[in-house]
Design a protein around this ligand. Structure first.
Ligand code: ZN
Ligand code: ZN
Length: 81
């Protein structure tokens, strides 16, 4: 019996952490209304160019600038103090 962990587990996790726009590991992951997540920089770029955001993966539009991650909230709070 093969008890080794699935070899693709790490690859899968890395895929989850990769931005579907720039294909880099996401920094400050930002989740759109549709549930897909991109790095905040990519989302910010879309927002600045078109003032609306359609998900690259499913094309669902997001209303306003999407919610940012807990991590980012923390950083914003940190900057404000
Ligand atoms: Zn990105
Ligand atoms: Zn989507």
């Amino acid at each position: 019996m093969d008890n080794s962990p699935p070899h693709n587990l790490l690859d899968h996790i890395e895929d989850e952490l990769k931005c579907g726009c720039c294909y880099e590991l996401m920094v400050d992951p930002t989740t759109l209304d549709c549930g897909h997540t991109f790095c905040r920089l990519c989302v910010a770029k879309w927002w600045h160019t078109s003032k609306n955001i359609n998900c690259l993966i499913c094309r669902k539009p997001s209303q306003g600038f999407p919610e940012v991650s807990v991590q980012l909230r923390y950083e914003m709070c940190f900057e404000e103090t």
